[in-house]
Design a protein around this ligand. Sequence first.
Ligand SMILES: NC(=O)C1=CN([C@@H]2O[C@H](COP(=O)(O)OP(=O)(O)OC[C@H]3O[C@@H](n4cnc5c(N)ncnc54)[C@H](OP(=O)(O)O)[C@@H]3O)[C@@H](O)[C@H]2O)C=CC1
Ligand SMILES: O=C(O)C1=N[C@H](C(=O)O)C[C@H](O)C1
Length: 267
Amino acid sequence: MTGIGVLGANGRMGRVLIEAASLDSDVTLQASTVREGSQWNGVDAGELAGIGKQNLLVSSSLDSKAEDIDVVIDFTLPEMLKQNLSWCIENNKAIVIGTTGLNAEQKQTLEYAASKIPVVFAANYSVGVNLMLNLVRQAAKTMGHSADIEILEAHHRFKKDAPSGTAVAIGEAIADELGRDLKECAVYGREGDTGERPQQTIGFATVRAGDVVGEHTALFADIGERLEITHKASSRLTFAKGAIAAAKWLADKPAGLYSMQDVLSFN
Ligand SMILES: NC(=O)C1=CN([C@@H]2O[C@H](COP(=O)(O)OP(=O)(O)OC[C@H]3O[C@@H](n4cnc5c(N)ncnc54)[C@H](OP(=O)(O)O)[C@@H]3O)[C@@H](O)[C@H]2O)C=CC1
Ligand SMILES: O=C(O)C1=N[C@H](C(=O)O)C[C@H](O)C1
């Protein structure tokens, strides 16, 4: 049995993580947190998640349940990452991270933490997107040297980072396969007299609208044909179930930085 601590219980992902934990008999939700001073402090986690009483009160810290927690799950905000990793290092706990939009310094902090504790980081915990990361590599190998490559993503109006972590991960996989550096070849927006499209670039287009859960397309367009590889998430539960699977997988691993591709044995 894997003891789980969920950070950010009140978030869109926090709530479905509580639900996903309740659906999996191999894990026990031992703690879930909200900000200090939050109106949800002291509320039953199941009631917060809309799944009925779980007999576990939400709190502002994992401290009192540290002994029972094996793996912490963090889908919160980039600025919370350092503090969350420090807690895991101090308490020798593994961590599954889904937070996207990390800057270079936050990525370094993540890598340092992974030298001390087991860490899974993935921009997307769905099986489909992780399969897509392999499919786009195959497409890039076959078509990518002559085709124009564009990555399109759409998400709900509340999303704070752009392009999505998944879109960046797709871009990185394609660039890696083609021997390009994404930092050099990415184009994140076009306006005005842009001139003709430079062939080596990888373009990104972002839509933010309504309640779209998450959609990603990698487009390989040549003269006369176009390949589109698309993933559409219709429920956040798919990400949450993936994160729970990652937590169970991580529980007995040594310190290191792992991906969802490792969890799914795609590597
Ligand atoms: N890897 C993946 O598969 C996926 C990743 N994500 C990523 O997960 C992250 C969260 O997304 P989402 O759930 O939609 O965002 P939300 O804004 O709904 O949730 C973020 C939560 O973090 C909470 N939080 C912030 N600071 C603290 C703190 N000090 N202590 C405890 N909780 C805190 C917020 O609390 P409060 O409500 O009080 O502000 C909020 O509830 C994003 O980066 C998103 O891109 C999302 C889906 C899938
Ligand atoms: O914020 C979201 O909602 C999502 N974020 C992740 C990302 O940035 O790729 C994953 C998923 O698409 C949902």
